[in-house]
Design a protein around this ligand. Structure first.
Ligand SMILES: C[S@@+](CC[C@H](N)C(=O)[O-])C[C@H]1O[C@@H](n2cnc3c(N)ncnc32)[C@H](O)[C@@H]1O
Length: 295
């Protein structure tokens, strides 16, 4: 397992085009197309009207290789897969509040903002949250009328999941009301370390037991399995993925003594139109989690 000081580089940054590098901050192009709209309309003569797929672009500030502790400053394949899913979910977003956990530099949040009413992007670390805010502000300004959503960037630490009401990226009362009305939770590439996965599920458990009072949002988790050869198994395995599978099948205790469990459904990738430019490996997955409160 990587240690906090090890440098890691996301494969995403090997393939994208950088437009600017200032000190440790690189700005890269993330072009995308909305899902195909062909074969939908016909003109009065019965001829098919072929729509040209729209071309759009996010310009994202990110770091290149970072220590393991700062991986949120890079873009990961999970964010691109989650962004694809969101662009395919236009009809299910609309008037809703989307909460992203571990949103990093904000790429998937920007994709959600193309169709949702409100998106709350959360993460930890002042530098990361500042970078995310710049990405949100710059891209919303560039996209103009294409985005109607309001986007908040707030601190939310899964280890202490009570939303902070002081410090940078704090939550106002109005933000907390929006949070309590969350309709969809999403997270990309947050499954890579067992302690972090446990903290992620503790945060979900807290949100479901203490914050979402009237509804139970669906959770979408996009991930890329990290495969390692281990001496223990004498084979290539993904221990982090195995741990995730245990977390989605077991009961989680709330601090009030009740328990919750998840029903997990893997979404076939062939059902998600590819909108961003990246290779989808066999190790990429998207899960839809539905919560059940047990007594
Ligand atoms: C591999 S990065 C993925 C970033 C982004 N979602 C993406 O796919 O490009 C993992 C993210 O989880 C966040 N994270 C890790 N531990 C966390 C914690 N305790 N509370 C909140 N976020 C955390 C990191 O800051 C980072 O942004």
């Amino acid at each position: 397992m990587a240690e906090a000081g090890d440098l890691v580089l996301s494969d995403v940054h090997r393939d994208v085009v950088a437009t600017r590098v200032v000190k440790n901050v690189t700005t890269s192009r993330f072009p995308f197309q909305f899902p195909d709209q062909t074969a939908v309309d016909y003109d009065d003569d019965g001829d098919a009207i072929v729509y040209r797929r729209e071309q759009c672009l996010f310009l994202i500030e990110h770091a290149m290789a970072t220590p393991f502790s700062d991986v949120g400053q890079q873009v990961w394949h999970g964010a691109l897969l989650l962004a694809d899913l969101l662009l395919n979910m236009k009809d299910r977003l609309g008037e809703i509040v989307v909460l992203e956990l571990g949103g990093g530099v904000g790429l998937a949040t920007l994709a959600a903002a193309l169709h949702a009413k409100t998106v709350i992007c959360t993460d930890i670390g002042d530098d990361l949250l500042e970078m995310c805010c710049r990405n949100v502000d710059n891209n919303l300004a560039a996209l103009g009328d294409l985005v109607q959503a309001s986007v908040l960037v707030r601190k939310l630490d899964w280890l202490e999941p009570t939303p902070p009401q002081d410090g940078n990226n704090k939550w106002s009362q109005q933000d907390l009301t929006l949070l309590s009305h969350t309709n969809i939770i999403m997270a990309a590439d947050v499954i890579y370390d067992d302690d972090i996965t446990d903290a992620f599920f503790s945060c979900l458990t807290y949100l479901y037991s203490d914050v979402f009072t009237t509804q139970s949002p669906l959770v979408y988790v996009a991930l890329e399995k990290r495969i390692n050869f281990t001496l223990e198994h004498l084979a290539a395995v993904s221990p982090a993925h195995q741990h995730f599978m245990q977390c989605i099948t077991r009961h989680h205790m709330t601090q009030h003594g009740s328990s919750i469990k998840f029903t997990a459904n893997q979404i076939p990738l062939q059902n998600i139109t590819h909108c961003f430019n990246y290779d989808r490996s066999d190790h990429m997955e998207v899960w839809e989690l539905r919560i059940t409160k047990c007594s």
